[in-house]
Ligand binder design. Structure first.
Ligand SMILES: Cc1ncc(C[n+]2csc(CCOP(=O)(O)OP(=O)(O)O)c2C)c(N)n1
Ligand code: SF4
Length: 277
């Protein structure tokens, strides 16, 4: 049995993902990262919402919860608070995390709670038949945008940086080898870590946008992205054409569970008369 196979719940296979879907590439990178860090399976928790990508929690042999649409971060916050010793992951789609779950997302970033969130960004609601999501690019097609999407998309990583996450990285399934390191660095960060991964959906997004061949979607990722060091050299007009990849933010910042524990200790001292507020 390979190192990776021991993390899989084989009785849950075959999985639901379509041929050419990027979700398996992301999950494989996640498992390689766990394996490289040699994390104890019983000390790892993975929490997901609802969507094709969120099915990932069913396939991995950790402490897992498949929760409700958009609410994975709320459950994960509870898990981390109750069991701070666990390494807690959140798997989420672009719809799950930035549409119905958008408010949880910005506040988890702001609090800097020690969770590692992986967003599988496929620019669409895959599971429910291709409604446009907050990351569907302008004028791309979706089942709810048959004449093109008139909305401007979120830049998820940019949103996380602005909202206060201490570690933010972006990668693609085209450059799968880079993902392990981006995820490892996120696990090592004590605070909220977001790894946004462009993961193609050939069946829904691709089919509606003349990119049904998974290789075409990979080439789209390649053309759309650029390593952040190279991107930083561009002028603003050129920057707008590309999405930087790699580590976008990595800062030291107080972590929420630690700060909350300190506040509780202070409150207890005040209650016992050992401290005046
Ligand atoms: C409260 C609620 N509203 C709507 C749905 C229907 N629903 C299930 S998955 C989904 C969208 C998933 O899209 P995304 O998060 O981008 O994940 P993907 O399937 O693309 O991986 C929706 C709207 C639901 N399950 N629960
Ligand atoms: S519908 Fe799209 S996101 Fe869902 S499994 Fe198929 S290819 Fe992947």
């Amino acid at each position: 049995m390979s190192n990776i196979e021991r993390y899989l719940r084989k009785d849950k296979f075959p999985h639901i993902w379509c041929p050419g879907c990027g979700n398996g590439i992301v999950l494989h990178a996640f498992l390689r990262a766990i394996d490289k860090l040699n994390l104890d399976q019983n000390q790892v928790a993975a929490v997901s919402g609802i969507g094709c990508s969120s099915r990932a929690t069913g396939y991995v042999d950790f402490c897992t919860i498949h929760t409700t649409h958009g609410r994975a971060l709320a459950f994960a916050t509870g898990v981390k608070f109750a069991k701070p010793e666990l390494t807690v992951f959140v798997f989420s789609g672009d719809g799950d995390s930035t549409a119905i779950g958008g408010n949880h997302f910005i506040h988890a970033c702001r609090r800097n709670i020690d969770l590692t969130m992986i967003i599988f960004n496929n620019n669409i609601y895959g599971m429910t038949g291709g409604q446009y999501s907050p990351t569907t690019p302008y004028m791309k097609y979706a089942s709810t945008a048959p004449y093109g999407n008139a909305e401007q998309p979120f830049n998820i990583s940019g949103l996380a940086v602005a909202a206060g996450a201490s570690y933010v990285a972006r990668g693609t399934t085209y450059d799968a080898a880079q993902l392990d390191n981006l995820i490892i660095k996120g696990i090592e960060n004590k605070g909220f870590s977001l790894i946004e991964i462009f993961a193609p959906c050939p069946t829904v997004y691709g089919r509606k946008n003349k990119l049904a061949n998974p290789v075409d979607l990979m080439m789209w990722q390649k053309e759309l992205t650029m390593p952040v060091a190279k991107w930083n050299q561009l002028d603003d007009e050129e920057k707008a054409k590309y999405q930087p990849t790699g580590i976008l933010t990595d800062i030291d910042k107080p972590e929420f569970c630690d700060e909350y524990a300190k506040t509780c200790a202070k409150a207890q001292k005040i209650a016992k008369g050992e401290l005046i507020s």
